[in-house]
Ligand binder design. Structure first.
Ligand code: SF4
Length: 379
């Protein structure tokens, strides 16, 4: 039976979206343990702006799309992107629902990016660009990447596999041509292409169906109190279940002893022990990064009371001076977040004249966003 659209029923999981399928294939825990959502970090926000530029530039033209970008650096990068590399017949931001139980798919409309409905046995995802060969027999899917280069190639990429299966099933195509389009810091775009035959697409559909039934079994095992196999690896970075992951929480138990071992005894350890210790230290860092990110997400909605007349708040110090393009953005941020910011001396939230003056005076240009700090309540 289908669930209610847009809601995650209590105690249930939802199937991974296209970009999380690879992690789910590696570790079911990433889906079935409760998720902790974080506000996107700087790299994700930057990626969103670049994606939006490519989408808007193809619809309203390069000049208008560039005007909508406030950050100088990202605008320069976008300005360097050769839009002719993305043929006009490709549609931007096409969202698909793939029902692996019925083995059918359809294009759907969503009101907000990544705001997918919830339906049993259905995977969801959005293709940055999708189109078809002239005879309609081949679906073409391009996924734009703006961060670090992925370890898996286009042929092995589960996001592309899912989108190819879904788009082909939705539109009656037989096979697929897919690409990862990497946009580097200079705005150069490098494509990595792969082709999927109809047999490949049928295999991927079967594997997604296997994932659906496996996740159901694993979820039932967890609900009954059984321990499940977890696979720690590079896919744990940004895993939304990390703070509820038993494997990582077990790892934390050895932190005290490991930190003690780093005080003067390192050269006594065997190479194997050093390697294991290094891996555990990396795991601690990953967990602590997640905890810090949770604090930042919480502070996004206001100061966090921490007792002793202190709060955690986002603070801009008086060394942060912004250039003319960043000024609007910064002032907008202040208007939206002013009550939670703590500005001192030279930067009053609305003091645009002060900012102009500071610029004239040649202060250092720095676009850093405010940092989370422990401050006195009165500050
Ligand atoms: S943090 Fe890693 S091991 Fe734990 S649930 Fe997520 S992917 Fe699995």
């Amino acid at each position: 039976m289908r669930g209610r659209s847009g809601k995650r029923p209590l105690g249930q999981y939802r199937l991974p979206t296209g970009s999380s399928i690879a992690r789910a294939m590696a570790c079911a825990g990433s889906v079935v343990f409760p998720h902790v959502r974080h506000a996107p970090g700087p790299a994700a926000r930057r990626g969103t702006v670049i994606h939006k530029f490519i989408e808007e530039a193809r619809a309203i033209g390069r000049v208008k799309a560039l005007d909508n970008i406030k950050d100088d650096g990202i605008r320069n990068l976008c300005n360097a992107i050769d839009l002719n590399l993305f043929p006009p017949y490709l549609e931007s931001e096409a969202t698909y629902e793939l029902d692996v139980n019925l083995q059918t798919a359809r294009a759907i409309h969503i009101d907000k990016p990544r705001d997918y409905p919830y339906n049993a046995h259905c995977f969801y995802g959005t293709a940055d660009l999708v189109g078809f060969s002239e005879d309609g027999g081949t679906v073409i899917v391009i996924d734009i990447k703006t961060g670090r280069r992925l370890a898996d190639h286009a042929r092995d990429n589960w996001q592309l596999r899912f989108l190819a299966v879904a788009a082909a099933a939705a539109h009656g195509a037989k096979d697929a041509k897919v690409a990862l389009a990497y946009v580097n810091e200079a705005g150069d775009v490098e494509f990595e292409w792969a082709e999927f035959t109809s047999l490949d697409l049928a295999d991927y559909m079967e594997e997604l169906s296997w994932l659906d039934s496996t996740l159901l079994k694993v979820s039932e095992a967890v609900a009954s109190g059984y321990a499940i196999d977890l696979a720690i690896g590079s896919h744990c970075d940004w895993c939304p279940a990390l703070l509820n992951c038993p494997a990582h929480m077990d790892t934390m138990k050895s932190m005290d002893a490991d930190l003690a071992a780093t005080r003067g005894e390192l050269d006594q350890l065997s190479p194997e022990s050093l390697g294991k210790l290094y891996d555990r230290l990396s795991a601690y860092e990953t967990i602590l990064k997640e905890v810090r990110s949770s604090f930042r997400t919480m502070a996004n909605s206001g100061p966090i009371e921490i007792g002793d007349s202190k709060q955690l708040r986002f603070v801009s110090n008086n060394h942060t001076i912004i250039n003319s393009k960043k000024q609007d953005e910064f002032v907008q941020w202040l208007v939206a977040n002013g009550p939670h910011s703590c500005l001192r001396v030279t930067l009053d939230p609305m003091a645009t004249e002060t900012l102009d003056k500071a610029r004239e005076l040649g202060f250092v240009v720095d676009a850093k966003l405010p940092t989370l700090r422990k401050v006195n309540k009165k500050c």
